[in-house]
Design a protein around this ligand. Structure first.
Ligand code: IPM
Ligand code: MG
Length: 370
């Protein structure tokens, strides 16, 4: 067995610690099976870190995140911190991690498990078998563009400003990730922007097209305006294979895609940096759902998006495809057996707690590995 992998766990706020608890259960199972072992370090992020340290992430934790093999993050935020200054808000800790680790490619797969197809708000035949991947640019665009701010003008009126900004290199590198991943899937990329209104949209389309022409002519490429994409996602989602889009549109469209799968509680994500000389990528894995403060601490949260994020980590950071397949198969079987947390509850199914769902996953792993 290879040397232990270093993992930084950041459970965060709200339901974060509960869903992370179930990942620990799965890690414990993997550890016993000894295919993969982790040295785990756990730290605070978000509001819980602000309460303890006055900042939503400490410099030490950022440094740790830069040096470990992978970061697993739960969720950040909650109404408790609504009035905290923006640079100290829970979200700021998460954004700082994404930026400093340069995690520019955010992979958000929307996969509909057969057992959950009826839990989708869309008709069964529209979503059954859906398997698409949104790639969201994560370190630039309006989330980080300068200048930004709210200012008072000499006449006493106020104005606010955000800057949507992309460089050619930023668009090209995320486009490459999209084309590479499409080649391993159905070989189709839809690039999404607002070229009809925004300069950055025109530019995005030009740069994606350049990369396509130069290196990926074998991949089918289409362009779509973001508003149309939102509409197409609920009209006929199976037309999509890989969507590549900017930071803000990606944020919005991935929430929409998440609901196609039945619940935000089902969607994992991987955020990847560029490979270094040794081929290693900085990486962070987190569920797409938020901290759900309304149900926090009640054992109601769905831990599956967090567990599936862990499976993505096995796949993308450690090339442990077999183990990732195993975890995903266990999740699939648990759903097929009828167990449901509140967010995916349907008539005739069995309601279970966060912990019971996690235990069912490891019980299923036992069966699969037997
Ligand atoms: C997401 C979240 C974050 C974002 C928040 C928590 C800052 O909505 O990861 O989609 O807007 O990127
Ligand atoms: Mg979001």
């Amino acid at each position: 067995m290879a040397a232990n992998k270093k993992l930084l766990m950041l459970p965060g706020d709200g339901i974060g610690p509960e869903v992370m608890g179930e990942v620990k259960r799965v890690i414990g199972w993997m550890d016993k099976r000894r295919t993969v072992s982790f040295d785990i370090q756990e730290e605070l992020v978000g509001g819980s870190c602000y309460d303890a340290n006055g900042v939503s992430i400490t410099d030490e934790t950022v440094a740790d995140a830069m040096s470990v093999d992978a970061v697993l993050l739960g969720a950040v935020g909650g109404p408790k911190w609504d009035n905290v200054a923006r640079e100290h808000r829970p979200e700021a800790g998460l954004l700082r991690l994404r930026k400093e680790m340069d995690l520019f490619a955010n992979l958000r797969p929307a996969l509909v498990f057969d057992a959950l197809a009826e839990a989708s708000s869309l008709k069964l035949d529209l979503v059954k078998g859906l398997d698409m991947l949104i790639i969201r640019e994560l370190t630039s665009g309006v989330y980080f563009g300068q200048p930004r701010g709210i200012e008072e003008l000499p006449d006493g009126s106020r104005r606010a400003l955000d800057t949507q900004l992309y460089t050619d290199a930023e668009v090209q590198r995320v486009a490459r990730v999209a084309f590479e991943l499409a080649r391993k899937r159905s070989n189709k990329v839809t690039s999404v922007e607002k070229a009809n209104v925004m300069e950055t949209g025109v530019f995005w389309r030009q740069e994606v097209t350049k990369v396509h022409e130069a290196d990926y002519k074998d991949v089918e490429l289409g362009h779509m305006y973001a508003d149309n994409c939102a509409m197409q996602l609920v009209r006929y989602p199976k037309q999509f294979d890989v969507i590549v889009t900017d930071n803000l549109f990606g944020d919005i469209l991935s929430d929409c895609a998440a609901m196609l799968t039945g619940s935000l509680g089902m969607l994992p994500s991987a955020s990847l940096g560029a490979p270094d000389e040794s081929g290693r990528r900085k990486a962070m894995y987190e569920p797409v759902h938020g901290s759900a403060p309304d149900i926090a601490g009640q054992e109601k949260a769905n831990p599956l998006a967090m567990i599936l994020s862990y499976a993505m980590m096995l796949r993308y950071s450690f090339d442990l495809d077999e183990d990732a397949d195993l975890v995903e198969a266990a999740v699939k079987n648990v759903l097929a057996s009828g167990l449901r947390t509140g967010d995916i509850m349907q008539p005739g199914m069995t309601a279970v707690s966060t912990e019971a769902m996690g235990k069912a996953v490891t019980a299923e792993l036992d069966k699969l590995a037997a």
